[in-house]
Write a protein that binds this ligand. Sequence first.
Ligand SMILES: [Zn+2]
Length: 82
Amino acid sequence: MMTCKDVERFLDDYLDGSLPFATRIRFEIHVRMCAECRPYIARYRRAIELGHKLLAEPPEGPASEAVPQELIDVILKSIDES
Ligand SMILES: [Zn+2]
């Protein structure tokens, strides 16, 4: 069974779609069942979408590009506020 720590560790890979299928399933099961991870993931997703909008980038932009510091700031701020 995946733990909350695993979810944190796999989150980036999950969001950019590079998580292996079996891991992805376990990730989603944990998130669905865990009252702590569910809102955490939801907030994180919103923050990512907000970041894409601010940078006027398509959501499917290249995942290998370096993440601009401004985007990290926006994400952290958004997570703090919600
Ligand atoms: Zn959890």
